[in-house]
Design a binder for this molecule. Structure first.
Ligand SMILES: [Zn+2]
Length: 69
């Protein structure tokens, strides 16, 4: 027989346990190139630049996404 809890966990205790389980909001910054919001420390998904340099081929990514598998 497996260990069985002695007492039922009350809704308030359950809520207190889950008080720290909130999902954090992503840290968005404004892209200096195209002024759209992008995640911090990541290349911009809209214009494909990072620190003023183009690092992503946005057109190729869009074509791949539109084409499907
Ligand atoms: Zn951008």
């Amino acid at each position: 027989m497996s260990p069985v809890p002695k007492k039922k966990t009350s809704k308030s205790r359950q809520g207190r346990r889950r008080a720290h389980l909130a999902v954090a909001t992503p840290n968005l910054v404004v892209c200096p190139q195209c002024r759209s919001p992008r995640p911090a420390h990541q290349a911009c998904p809209v214009c494909g630049t990072y620190r003023g340099r183009e690092v992503l081929d946005v057109a190729a990514r869009a074509a791949r996404r539109a084409g499907g598998r």
